[in-house]
Ligand binder design. Sequence first.
Ligand code: SF4
Ligand code: SF4
Length: 344
Amino acid sequence: MEKIRLGKTGMMVTRLGFGGIPIQRLNEGDAVAVIRRCLNLGLNFIDTANAYTTSEERVGRAVKGRRKDVFIATKTHASTRSEIEKNLDLSLKRLGTDYIDLYQFHQIGDMPTMKKVLDPESGLIKVFEEAQKAGKIRHIGATSHQMDVAKALVKSDRFETILFPFNVITSEPADELLPLCRKHDVGFIVMKPLAGGMLDNAAIAFKYLLQFPDILAIPGIEKPAEIEEIVRIYQGSPKITAAERKKMQQMKDRLGTRFCRRCDYCRPCPQEIPISMVMSFQSFVKRMPPERLFKQGMFEGAMSKAAGCLDCGECETKCPFHLPIREMLKENLKFYEEMKARLA
Ligand code: SF4
Ligand code: SF4
């Protein structure tokens, strides 16, 4: 597998890495086997998160004995100093390692949160920097779904990587964010290369990304056959044929107005409905065992708020992608209720 330099981290990573969300749905043996298959195919980058339940432990088991062959990235949602310290120690323990190659702030979603992270006096980034000095982490990155926040994070020059959604439907990063990353030498890691499971044509989805020679894509992988197919695409010609270009446009036209980017520009809602969270339900179901979603009550609060939608349409006037938000909220709510009844 061809390697690229991941921005100022200097890490030479394969253009294709492993996204550790869907392995939560598998049994332990299958999860370890699929990660090992990826490593055997030459992938050398694994991304996971403290929040992905069993994912870190499974990654830890899979890389046992070959830790030096792989870069491990993980992340924390924590918003206080002590929680970050606790999360980091837990990640190290679960991963069975004494260092993490890339530690990321998980979903910096708005400017106030970014300020809290970068505050010159009390910024949470200091905890990361101390951990870096102590050798627990090697590099510092951030993840976001919000374009304006992502651009500000890159411009701050405090992060070595950014993990952001980029795919044939959500192609906006190609215009400004990616050039900005190049300017600031920030490594660009591609979240949702298959648009959170919406794109079922891997050949077209990855052909689109192959045009950009300096990005690292981390698809969530559940089965060895999936990664084998993607690796074959990466080994083929990057040239996009006229027929492929046409298919890309068709995908964009068909799905572009039904795909929530989780950018939250539709906020605030008078009923305080967490719109992007409700919209993400069907995609979560594809990546996590539904039983666990319900057991943890992850969507309970969001869905009960969604049931109180006033149908005022205010959110739709703010969505830059012109999504039929009200209709999509209803669809997700219906899907949720049906699944809840089935699992009861
Ligand atoms: S239509 Fe519903 S979700 Fe949208 S702003 Fe109004 S109450 Fe909130
Ligand atoms: S509905 Fe539109 S504005 Fe709201 S999070 Fe999704 S894509 Fe963004």
